[in-house]
Design a protein around this ligand. Structure first.
Ligand code: WTA
Length: 677
């Protein structure tokens, strides 16, 4: 490796020295019932058979009009799948199941308080509720296909209902994670140009009833300052008919959904057949610069891909009870709580609260009560549950056949606890590597076919052909023990279409690095740069080592250092801010914040608190820095760039290396003495 790579992929350098792990094999019992046990699938989905292989996924859906062209590359690298086809996502997730399964539970909604009943919403009930809300969106809000709507909803059944109602009309939904602040919501309203905001008055989290309505007021006010006025705020009530939030309603802007909905009882709205390439939703994700990116996902390609991967990787059968403990406000929830499982007519669990309320046994209690047999969560949650209740799973009588881990690399030790204790040594595990941009899984083992290897995601999925390039574009072959930039050689139906309103940024960020001819219309010329460092073992399994850019992965959620830094800079006294990731036992990584104040000012703990609060307000609690270190100056290169590498080493108590190239090497000792106090 070159000197340059050593400094840019230092995390990779550590990780490639990890030893190889032993294989774990799926049980005969699992294989006997698995949806996919034929290894031929890898040949059917080989590069030679690309793109036609994906017909198999498209055929899992019901089309209003069958497509004519499987992959249109004329606007490369903005790929269009299944063109000529027309389809409705709401129809595919609801209506088509009614004939045979209308009385089956579609959504189990589990409220956080123990004294509230779980709601079992059948497919018929889902059909009724989605239709009524669709009628409200169409008639009361005047929404039509192509309009954008921002949702800022907690984890309640009304969230998938609202999403499916939008999809029924071809309205593009943009759900903002419920834990995000009003400011974050406003930015997304402005960027997507939404005029309707759908929210909820309150919800439970960790035993507390949160007043969520106040975020809507902040969002509307800030969006209006940025020139985007919200016409209507639709407020679902956590307790219909009872105002549980103290924040007042604003006349002619705020409406309780439960009141208005009465006018639409019994209404039915025919699903609008949408072109396959029409956008279904936007999902904002952090980028390296301040502004979040609105990943635009398609209707036909996306739905086909999440249905196919839910079937083959999640092994979902219609009789399964499936629980993904992610938040629907992240891509995992969109793809693998809502669209994938419902397209396959499974029963999907929506849990309002945190998995540790009121105690470390809650998750297993829910699994037992609902007879969940497929379970899906993130390493951060597994670490937390392992820390506070290592013996809890054994106390509950649930039966998982299948478990997923997603969102960040899982340490083999944690993997083994998941397998032995949570999975009771029986459940298979898939470690699914993918991204907001990719719509669905990219790398994972096929659960009924391939053995598992702790800490490795596995090979590319059928039809996904990864390659690892070094910084100069040379392929790093399997087994060389070197980390590089993982790319996907071919498009796939679940991939995002563009960044909303910013095609150039889409091309620059994901495709320009390894593209040789910007005018090419051939997909072979456009490897997709995922932005992760990875290493490929001899067996073709990929181990993901983390981001190559400036993102911090906190509890499986991506945060841009630039976002946090710019939030810190909103405090007038702050001159410079630098964020570095520090390792955290549970969350994976936490942001550590270094601040240099304006000249002449000296900071104290009160000042540090103000800065920390500003970050929580601007982004959300998830971005709260572990420490705010107020330092006299930042370590800088001669050209004035802040050396985050040095700060990172100080925060993580690792070797700082040579600092003599800095413009101000003496500052390093000063900062070290502040941090070691
Ligand atoms: C990381 C979440 C290792 C990776 C679906 C990626 C993972 C980023 C894994 C995307 C995994 C996701 N193993 N790392 N199984 N899954 N990542 O957009 O760095 O929230 O680029 O999507 O999470 O995060 P995002």
């Amino acid at each position: 490796m070159t000197e340059k790579q050593i400094t840019t992929t230092s995390e990779a350098q550590i990780a490639v020295h990890w030893g190889e792990e032993q294989y774990y094999y799926p049980s005969y019992e699992f294989v006997a019932q698995a949806n996919m046990t034929d290894p031929e699938i890898y040949n059917r989905f080989s590069l030679e058979n690309f793109p036609n292989c994906f017909k198999e996924y498209a055929d899992l859906l019901d089309w209003d009009q069958y497509w004519t062209n499987i992959l249109d590359t004329s606007d490369a690298p903005c790929w269009k799948w299944f063109t000529g086809g027309k389809i409705n996502a709401s129809y595919n997730c609801i209506d088509r199941h009614l004939a045979e399964n209308k009385n089956k539970t579609a959504i189990h909604f589990v409220p956080e308080p123990l004294n509230e009943k779980t709601e079992h919403i059948t497919y018929q009930e889902l059909y009724v509720r989605v239709n009524e809300f669709t009628a409200l969106l169409q008639d009361f809000c005047g929404l039509k296909a192509g309009d954008r709507v921002t949702l800022h909803m907690p984890m309640v059944a009304e969230l998938p209902i609202a999403m499916l109602a939008c999809a029924r009309l071809g309205v593009i939904h943009s759900q903002v994670f419920g834990g995000f602040s009003g400011r974050a919501c406003a930015d997304r309203i402005v960027d997507s140009d939404s005029h309707i905001l759908i929210t909820m008055d309150t919800y439970f989290r960790n035993g507390k009833l949160i007043d969520h309505k106040q975020n809507a007021d902040v969002a509307c006010e800030l969006a209006e300052k940025d020139g985007k006025k919200i016409d209507k705020v639709l407020v679902w009530q956590r307790y219909p008919g009872k105002a549980s939030s103290k924040t007042p309603m604003i006349e002619n802007r705020d409406f309780f959904v439960n009141d208005i909905l009465k006018d639409y009882y019994g209404a039915r709205v025919a699903p609008v057949p949408m072109p396959a390439e029409a956008p279904l939703f936007l999902m904002y994700t952090s980028g390296t610069t301040g502004k979040p990116k609105g990943c635009q996902h398609s209707t036909g390609g996306y739905l086909a891909y999440v249905a196919g991967t839910s079937k083959f990787i999640q092994d979902i059968h219609p009789e399964d009870t499936y629980w993904c403990m992610a938040d629907i406000g992240w891509i995992t929830g969109h793809s693998y709580i809502v669209y994938g499982p419902l397209a396959l007519c499974a029963s999907t669990v929506v849990y309002e609260g945190v998995p540790t309320f009121p105690d470390a046994g809650r998750a297993w209690q829910i699994a037992q009560d609902l007879d969940v047999n497929i379970f899906h969560t993130a390493p951060t949650t597994i670490r937390a549950l392992r820390k506070i209740g290592p013996d809890e799973p054994a106390k509950y009588n649930y039966n998982f056949k299948h478990m997923t881990t997603v969102g960040e690399p899982i340490e083999p030790e944690v993997w083994r606890w998941y397998h032995e204790v949570v999975g009771k040594g029986k459940a298979i595990i898939v470690d699914t590597w993918w991204q907001t941009e990719t719509g669905g899984f990219l790398c994972s083992t096929l659960p009924g076919i391939s053995p598992m290897k702790p800490g490795s995601a596995g090979p590319g999925l059928p039809g996904i052909h990864p390659v690892i390039y070094d910084d100069d574009g040379n392929v790093l072959p399997a087994g060389v023990g070197k980390a590089g930039n993982i790319c996907i050689q071919n498009p796939w139906p679940g991939g995002f279409q563009t960044i909303w309103g910013d095609r150039q940024r889409y091309v620059d960020t994901y495709y320009s690095r390894y593209n040789k001819d910007p005018d090419s219309k051939d997909w072979r010329d456009w490897p997709y740069l995922a932005g992760d460092a990875a290493v490929e073992a001899e067996d073709g399994y990929y181990r993901i080592l983390g981001r190559i850019d400036d993102l911090i992965n906190v509890s499986g959620h991506r945060l841009g250092t630039k976002e946090i830094e710019s939030a810190a800079m909103s405090v007038p006294e702050v001159a410079e801010a630098a964020v570095v990731p520090v390792s955290h036992e549970i969350k994976g990584k936490e942001p550590d914040l270094y601040i240099a104040l304006r000249p002449g000012l000296t900071g104290d703990s009160e000042q540090a608190q103000i800065i920390s609060d500003a970050i929580c307000r601007e982004i959300g609690k998830i971005a709260k820095p572990r420490n705010v270190w107020i330092v006299p100056d930042m370590p800088k290169t001669r050209s004035g760039k802040i050396m985050r590498r040095v700060l990172g080493a100080i925060s993580n108590n690792t070797d700082i290396g040579n600092v003599m190239t800095l413009a101000n090497p003496d500052i390093v000792e000063d900062i070290k003495s502040i941090v070691s106090k």
